[in-house]
Design a protein around this ligand. Structure first.
Ligand code: GTP
Length: 394
C-alpha cells in the first residue's frame, strides 16, 4: 500500500515538474516575445523592422526558415529601402543587415489564395513542397547562409491593414509538430497585428522623409537631398579611387518662356526637362533641382570624356525636342551646362581633403563653367577652368 502511494506520489511529482518546466518555458518564450515586440515597435526604419523579423526573430525562437512577402505597388517599398541603403552609406555608418527572404510583389494575387479571405487567421500545417517552397525560396538560395533545414511544418501569417492584405510572414520548421493544425495561434495573431501596424507606420515615416527630399514640381530630388548625396558620392569616389563628375544645368531664356506662355506652361517645361535629363542617366547617377530653373547632376565613376559625352547628350536631347504643352502648343527650349570633375590626386600631393569643402568647390566650379556657357552663347557644354579638383584617397 505504502509503495503504491509512493509510486503515485512520484508520478504526480514528475507530472508537476513537467508542468513547471513547461510553464517556465512558456514564461521564457513570452519574455523573448515581449522583448522582440518592443524592438519591433521601436524600429527606426523599414530595413531595421524587416531585419528584426527575418534575422533576429528566426534566431531568438530557433526557427529554421523565415520569409516574407510584401505588397510593393508602384515600387514604393523598394525605393524606400534603396533610399535607406544610401543613408547608411558613408564612413560613419555600419552596413545594414541583409534582407534575405524578403520578396516584394507588385500585386498580392500570388499569396491571396493562401488565406482565402481569412485576414486575421494564421494558417498552420504540414509543409507542402509545391505550395510552400516558392514562399521560402530554394534551400541554398543565399550562398552566405547555412543551408536551410528540410521543412516539415509551416505557419503563414497574413499581414493586413484597413481590411486589405498587404503581405505575409512565413515560418518554417523541420519539426512536424511545431506548427500543427488546430494549435493555438494567439501569439502569432498578435505578432501579425503588430508587424502590420509597424510596417504601415514605417512606410508612412519613409513617405514623409522622401517628401522632404523630393522637389514637388518636377518629382526629381531637391537641393537638400543633393547636398547630402554629394558628400556620400565624394566619400565613395575617394574610397574606391574613381572620378566623380558634376553637371550644373540652367534653362536658357526661361524668363521669356514664362512671359510668352505663362507660368503654368513654364512649370510644364521644368517638369519635362527634369524627365528628359533623368532619361539620359544611369541608376546610380543623381539628378536634383537645385532651385528655380537650375538642375544638378552627379555622375559617379565617370571620367572626363564620358562625362562630357553625357552632358552633350542631355543638351542635344533637350534642344532637339520642342516641348508639347497640354494645349497642343510647342515650346522650344535649350539648356546651358557647366561641367566640373573631382579626380584622384597623384600620389604624394597635399590637396585639401575635407568632404564638405570639396563638395562646395565641385559645385562652384560647375556653376562657374555654366556662367561661361551662358556668356559664350548658351545651348552648350563648357568644362570648368578648374577641371580637376583633386581628392586624396581616403
Ligand atoms: N514657371 C516657373 N518659373 C520659374 C520657377 N522658378 C523660377 N522661375 C523663373 O525662371 C526665370 C529665370 O530667369 P533668369 O534668371 O532671368 O534667366 P533666364 O531668363 O533663364 O536667362 P538665362 O539664364 O540668362 O538664359 C524667372 O523668370 C523665374 O520667375 C518655377 O518654379 N516655375
Amino acid at each position: 500500500m505504502d509503495s503504491d502511494l509512493q509510486a503515485e506520489n512520484q508520478a504526480l511529482r514528475r507530472q508537476l515538474d513537467s508542468l513547471l518546466r513547461e510553464a517556465r518555458n512558456n514564461e521564457e518564450k513570452m519574455r523573448r516575445f515581449d522583448q522582440l515586440e518592443h524592438r519591433l515597435i521601436g524600429a527606426r526604419s523599414m530595413a531595421e523592422l524587416l531585419s528584426l523579423l527575418l534575422n533576429d526573430y528566426r534566431q531568438a525562437f530557433g526557427i529554421d526558415a523565415v520569409s516574407m512577402v510584401l505588397l510593393d505597388r508602384d515600387d514604393e517599398a523598394s525605393r524606400m529601402l534603396d533610399a535607406e541603403r544610401h543613408r547608411h552609406e558613408g564612413p560613419n555608418h555600419h552596413e545594414p543587415a541583409p534582407l534575405d527572404g524578403l520578396t516584394l510583389l507588385p500585386s498580392i494575387a500570388p499569396i491571396a489564395p493562401l488565406f482565402q479571405g481569412q485576414l486575421h487567421q494564421p494558417w498552420l500545417g504540414p509543409f507542402n513542397e509545391q505550395r510552400h517552397r516558392p514562399l521560402f525560396g530554394a534551400p541554398h538560395a543565399a550562398p552566405h547562409r547555412a543551408p536551410q533545414a528540410t521543412l516539415a511544418s509551416v505557419a503563414l501569417l497574413p499581414l493586413s491593414r484597413h481590411g486589405e492584405l498587404i503581405g505575409s510572414l512565413h515560418f518554417g520548421s523541420s519539426d512536424p509538430s511545431r506548427y500543427e493544425r488546430g494549435a493555438g495561434t494567439q501569439l502569432l495573431e498578435r505578432l501579425a497585428a503588430i508587424v502590420s501596424v509597424c510596417l504601415d507606420s514605417a512606410l508612412n515615416q519613409e513617405r514623409l522623409k522622401l517628401a522632404g527630399l523630393t522637389d514637388m514640381l518636377t518629382g526629381v530630388h531637391n537641393r537638400r537631398y543633393f547636398e547630402h548625396r554629394c558628400l556620400i558620392e565624394i566619400a565613395q569616389a575617394r574610397r574606391y579611387r574613381h572620378d566623380l563628375a558634376c553637371l550644373f544645368l540652367d534653362l536658357d531664356h526661361f524668363k521669356a518662356i514664362n512671359d510668352r506662355h505663362g507660368h503654368p506652361a513654364g512649370d510644364e517645361v521644368l517638369r519635362s526637362i527634369g524627365h528628359l535629363i533623368q532619361s539620359q542617366l544611369r541608376l546610380g547617377d543623381t539628378i536634383a533641382r537645385f532651385g528655380g530653373e537650375e538642375f544638378v547632376v552627379l555622375l559617379p565613376q565617370a571620367p572626363l570624356q564620358h562625362a562630357r559625352e553625357i552632358a552633350e547628350r542631355i543638351r542635344a536631347s533637350i534642344a532637339a525636342r520642342a516641348l508639347l504643352l497640354p494645349s497642343g502648343e510647342f515650346i522650344p527650349a535649350t539648356v546651358s551646362v557647366g561641367l566640373a570633375m573631382l579626380e584622384r590626386a597623384p600620389e604624394g600631393s597635399r590637396e585639401p581633403d575635407d568632404k564638405q569643402a570639396l563638395a562646395l568647390r565641385l559645385v562652384d566650379a560647375a556653376d562657374q563653367a555654366l556662367y561661361r556657357a551662358k556668356a559664350e552663347g548658351r545651348n552648350r557644354v563648357v568644362l570648368s577652368s578648374e577641371p580637376r579638383i583633386q581628392a586624396l584617397s581616403a
